[in-house]
Structure formats: structure tokens, C-alpha cells
Write a protein that binds this ligand. Structure first.
Ligand SMILES: *Cc1c(COP(=O)(O)O)cnc(C)c1O
Length: 358
């Protein structure tokens, strides 16, 4: 008899980021900024000092302490991961028994559903409202009726760029006895975080990442924030050396830089606002249907011909993300990149659609 891999592996496909060479990359919500030369030298020197023959600190104590200090919380509530992606996977496999249900919303970050298939935990999906906001009462009702054991969503949301305010999130956490995982990957761009109170709840794990506002996607560093009991479980359940020593050392340089986050955030948000303004102009001209309010470093738009625009941009070396036939997600880039994507879109849409220039 030949070996036959488990049924649940049949539908797996490797994560497929955009392939190919593009001049302008506005597809992955990365920061367009690099640390200063001074910080990069410090990072290089920190990396050079790593004892390469030794295993890394399994609990990444220094890294967690620097993260906690930057966000003004206690390091005893913090667990580091190999990106927050790894933490999502650890949470699903550690906190759920096979067959226990997960509740996700749609549209939302696709990785949530992906991990549930590996852990053999059925995923119930609640559709968002027509305007893509989350109906909190409907969410709680579904969680209760379906007896879900874990609720997960991103806030602010990737891909919709919309956010639930802190009170609405509190209502979800206190309205269920399921574990609630709030993925705050983009919360550096908004002010509705629950990071300072995460330890007050017995059923909340909050996720943060160094990949977006902190601009360190290459290092793969993410964090979970939760009360001591949940933190204890996470630390015990993760693989021991999950964050490599070079990443720990390099990320610490950025977390220790007291002005980095504020200064870089301002630049990223200025770029986001510029992109949004340009898109709203296209909306006013009747060339696109809707620009969603953005609490993130990207824009989400509704338009009739997403594929046409996507292909037109790609042909010109500009890559964005397409969601179905009528939505695009565009990461805010450098000023000239924003200008390029906006003028290319305008040219295409005027040609194919003939907007009413106001
Ligand atoms: C980008 C992103 C992440 C991934 O973060 P990593 O720390 O790089 O793994 C997690 N959640 C959401 C919603 C994201 O958009």
C-alpha cells in the first residue's frame, strides 16, 4: 500500500504572494521606509554580535521587554512569535480541540481560515454588512448559537481598512465566553487599541506585528499580548526557538529607538492621506464607486472593473491587490508611487468609462 497523505492536506496550496518583478509594489501593505543609516549600522552590528553557535533565547526576553516598554505595558503579558502569523497558528492549535468551532468574519485576513483547516477546527464565517462594517450583535449571536470556542478578526481590518472602535471590541470580548483573538496588525495607524487593558480579560489575545508600521517585515517578528494565564499557555505551546537570534537582536534596535515609531508613522500616514485624497477625487469624478475610510496604511476601494484596472497597472509595473471583481487594495507608497498609481488609474478609467470631470 502506498503512503497517502491525510485528507486535510489535499486542498493545501503554498501561500502565493504576488510573483514577478514590479517597479512599484503596493500589494503587501509593507512600509516603504527603511530604518535610517544610523539604525541600520546599529542593526548590522547587533547581528554581528549574535553568538551564531548558540540557540536563541527561547522566550526572547529582551525583545519582549523592549516591545512592552515601547507600548507601555508589562512584559509579563507578552509572547514573541516568528511573525504574528506563527502566533495565529499556535493559538489555533493550542487553544482548540479538534472539531471545536472558530468564528471569522468576511472579508477579513485569509490566513485565519487557512489555519483552521490544518487544525481540523470548522470555521463559521459571518458576512460583514453591505458597507463592510461588522455587526457586533449578529457576531455575538452567531458565536452563541454556533457555540464557537474562538472568535478571530483583524482590527483595523485587512483588507477593508475599516476599524471597530475600542468600545465595540470590548462588547465582543465581554459578550462571549469564547476566546477572542484581535489582530491589531495595523493598530499603530489608529488609536483604538486594547493593548493596555488586554490583561484585564480572561478571554482575549491581542496580536501585534513589527511587519507593518515598524517596517520590519523581513525579520518576521510578531507579538501576542494577553493575561498571565493565557501568556503561560502560549509560551508553553510555541516551538522553543521560534524567533531567531538575528531577528531578535535587529528588531530590538528599532524598538529601543524612542522616536522611530512616531516619526515613521507620521510619514506613512501622510502618504496614506495623499493616496486617499487622490482616490476620493476619482470617486467624485465618478470613476470609482467608493473609497472606504482608512484606519491603516492602505486604501480599499470599490469599482466596477477591478480586473481591468489591476491588469492595466500591472502592465505598467505597478502591483496592487485585487479582491474579486470589484475591490482593490492599494498600499500607500512613496509620494511618486502614489502619484503614479493615481494617474495610471485615472487614465485607464477615463478611457474605458469616460467620467464626468468636475
Ligand atoms: C500583515 C498581517 C499580518 C502578518 O503579520 P506578520 O507579523 O508579518 O506575520 C497579520 N495579520 C494581518 C491582518 C496582516 O495584515
Amino acid at each position: 500500500m502506498p503512503y497517502i497523505p491525510a485528507q486535510k492536506t489535499r486542498s493545501l496550496t503554498p501561500y502565493d504572494p504576488v510573483e514577478g518583478q514590479y517597479r512599484v509594489r503596493l500589494d503587501a501593505n509593507e512600509s516603504f521606509l527603511l530604518p535610517t543609516d544610523e539604525d541600520r549600522l546599529k542593526m548590522a552590528s547587533a547581528a554581528a554580535d549574535v553568538a551564531l553557535n548558540r540557540y536563541p533565547d527561547p522566550l526572547a526576553v529582551g525583545l519582549c521587554r523592549d516591545f512592552a516598554s515601547l507600548y507601555e505595558i508589562s512584559p509579563s503579558y507578552v509572547t514573541a512569535g516568528n511573525g504574528s502569523d506563527e502566533l495565529i497558528s499556535v493559538i489555533m492549535s493550542a487553544f482548540l480541540q479538534k472539531g471545536e468551532k472558530v468564528l471569522a468574519v468576511s472579508p477579513d485576513f485569509a490566513m485565519y481560515r487557512f489555519y483552521t483547516s490544518i487544525t481540523e477546527t470548522p470555521c463559521v464565517t459571518l458576512k460583514k454588512r453591505e458597507d463592510l462594517s461588522i455587526d457586533v450583535d449578529a457576531l455575538l449571536k452567531t458565536a452563541n448559537e454556533e457555540k464557537v470556542r474562538l472568535i478571530i478578526f483583524s482590527n483595523p481590518c485587512n483588507p477593508t481598512s475599516l476599524g471597530l472602535n475600542a468600545d465595540e471590541v470590548r462588547k465582543i470580548i465581554t459578550g462571549t465566553d469564547a476566546l477572542v483573538v484581535v489582530d491589531e496588525a495595523y493598530m499603530d495607524f489608529w488609536d483604538q487599541s486594547l493593548i493596555k487593558e488586554a490583561h484585564d480579560y480572561d478571554n482575549l489575545i491581542l496580536l501585534r506585528t513589527a511587519s507593518k508600521a515598524l517596517g520590519l517585515a523581513a525579520l518576521r517578528v510578531g507579538f501576542a499580548v494577553a493575561n498571565k494565564e493565557l501568556t503561560g499557555i502560549l509560551r508553553a505551546a510555541k516551538s522553543p526557538y521560534n524567533v531567531n537570534a538575528v531577528s531578535q537582536a535587529m528588531a530590538r534596535v528599532i524598538l529601543q529607538n524612542r522616536t522611530y515609531k512616531t516619526v515613521y508613522n507620521e510619514i506613512l500616514l501622510t502618504s496614506r492621506d495623499m493616496l486617499l485624497e487622490g482616490l476620493k477625487r476619482l470617486e467624485t469624478m465618478g470613476l470609482i464607486d467608493k473609497v472606504y475610510e482608512s484606519r491603516t496604511n492602505f486604501a480599499y476601494i470599490k469599482l466596477g472593473d477591478a480586473k481591468g484596472v489591476f491588469d492595466w497597472l500591472a502592465d505598467r509595473g505597478v502591483i496592487v491587490r485585487r479582491f474579486g471583481d470589484d475591490h482593490l487594495r492599494i498600499t500607500a507608497g512613496k509620494q511618486e508611487e502614489n502619484k503614479e498609481v493615481l494617474s495610471a488609474m485615472e487614465a485607464y478609467l477615463k478611457r474605458t468609462k469616460g467620467g464626468t470631470d468636475k
